[in-house]
Design a protein around this ligand. Structure first.
Ligand SMILES: [Zn+2]
Length: 453
């Protein structure tokens, strides 16, 4: 008799067994996992979840979570790097991403997640597993019929030290960040895309949703469960396809920034105009790997974030980034909570004082932007522009520089520039107190750095 299981390539015994054990509530050997029921109760609506703890080392709460959307062409590969150095790789694109991971300083992957077994998500996993130590591997427990999938299983089989986790609802600690695994549609009731593993990443007030190639059915399911929170960051489901969003979903998710992982000139027509329009209508900004290259969103515990792109991401190794230690006044919305700004790969840092003393509109010089250069050498910024989200811009005059270790301050109002202080010449406030983005463009119009609060 041909059962559904018999029609599919058999899953090696260990994986079937682990899959079964995981479904039964088993998580992993106690030595590898520490559970924290109290934290799980607080952090997750799923009271019975276990909380595999990928580190026991305390991490400072005031550092940065990095979410990097690797430019892997048509596919997904999202690298999460927690402040304490823990890493998770959510999908691995279609081809070889090992050189890219090495370039980003990844020496170990604590958790690898295959959101669903399509080749544009798992094709690169075998190479990663064979090259970089992986501690935990998670999938949705559903086998697939392709050679790519069988290759992945063979690679896992050859690495018995990797612990398998099935994507049952649970909360996983990634250092001081957490990954919440959302409930899947029941097996057999949905196509592969609609059984993508959906993860909510939290780091303080910063939240992100990553859900592979979810389509309308799964997105509706998630909205119905009430598990899609107001988000800082949304990975556009299904590469920006028009079946990868619903208005109800976007209204529940309310993302501030959307990143679309999509290949240049792909044959699917991704991203679709309808999706781009929907993101433009609901999110503050949208980035695309086909246009921007690698896109890295750096999340801060107060919910602020900063986006760097392209070469800046690939050239910045994890160990070379210094932790931001300066408290930054970032406007009324974050008053009382200090936003932390990192050193950028270019050694520049933007901070925004959006909330001027008194009435902002009567005191335009009371709001200002500081651009700090922590490199040893001066940086020429003549012709560079500093703009808010509404495109109010200031252009630095020819010859302007930021001294090594120095800074420039751009006030909103009027005054006489002295080489360190500049004035936009506006009579009213520019920087929104309840959130805005300060973007620095070079003289050719390329984005150097964007800071959102
Ligand atoms: Zn895909």
């Amino acid at each position: 008799m041909a059962t559904p299981a018999a029609r599919q390539p058999p899953l090696p015994a260990r994986w079937l067994a682990l899959s079964f054990l995981a479904a039964a509530g088993f998580t992993a050997p106690a030595a590898a996992l520490a559970t924290s029921p109290a934290a799980a109760t607080v952090l997750s609506p799923f009271a019975a979840v276990t909380r595999p703890c990928l580190t026991t080392a305390p991490t400072p709460p005031d550092t940065i979570l990095r979410v990097t959307f690797l430019d892997v062409g048509q596919g997904d590969a999202v690298l999460l790097q927690a402040p304490g150095g823990q890493t998770a790789l959510i999908d691995a694109g279609r081809g070889d991403i090992v050189p890219l991971l090495r370039e980003l300083g990844v020496a170990r992957i604590d958790l690898m997640v295959a959101t669903h077994p399509h080749a544009d998500h798992i094709g690169g996993m075998r190479g990663v597993i064979e090259s970089i130590p992986v501690r935990f591997f998670m999938d949705n427990g559903e086998p697939h019929t392709t050679a790519t999938y069988r290759d992945l299983v063979a690679a896992l089989e050859a690495r018995p030290e990797i612990t398998y986790l099935e994507a049952t609802p649970r909360t996983i600690a990634l250092g001081s960040a957490t990954l919440e695994v959302l409930p899947l549609l029941p097996r057999g009731t949905a196509e592969l895309n609609d059984r993508s593993i959906a993860l909510v990443l939290r780091f303080g007030d910063f939240t992100a949703l990553l859900s592979g190639d979810s389509e309308v059915r799964q997105l509706t399911h998630l909205v119905g469960l009430g598990v899609v929170p107001g988000l800082t960051l949304l990975k556009a489901p299904h590469h920006g396809s028009d079946n990868g969003f619903t208005w109800g979903f976007l209204q529940a998710a309310r993302p501030r920034v959307v990143v679309i992982s999509v290949g240049r000139g792909n044959s699917y027509g991704h991203p679709r105009r309808a999706a781009l329009d929907a993101y433009a209508a609901t999110a503050r900004e949208t980035f695309r790997t086909d246009l921007h290259g690698h896109v890295q969103v750096r999340g801060f515990g107060d919910g602020g974030y900063l986006v760097v792109q392209g070469e800046q991401v690939a050239s910045a190794r994890a160990g070379e980034w210094r932790r931001g230690t300066e408290a930054v006044a970032a406007g009324a919305a974050t008053a009382g909570s200090a936003a932390r700004a990192p050193a950028s790969p270019a050694e520049l840092r933007i901070t925004v004082q959006a909330d001027a003393p008194g009435n902002d509109h009567r005191n335009p010089n009371g709001e200002y932007v500081i651009v700090q250069n922590s490199a040893g050498e001066a940086i020429a910024i003549g012709g560079w522009r500093l703009c808010d989200l509404a495109n109010h811009c200031f252009q630095f005059p020819a010859g302007a520089t930021i001294e090594g270790g120095g800074r420039v301050v751009v006030h909103t109002g009027s005054g006489r520039p002295d080489g360190e202080r500049f004035y936009m010449g506006r009579r009213r406030a520019v920087w929104n107190n309840d959130g805005d983005t300060a973007t620095l463009y070079d003289s050719k119009g390329a984005t150097v750095l964007a800071y959102s609060y």
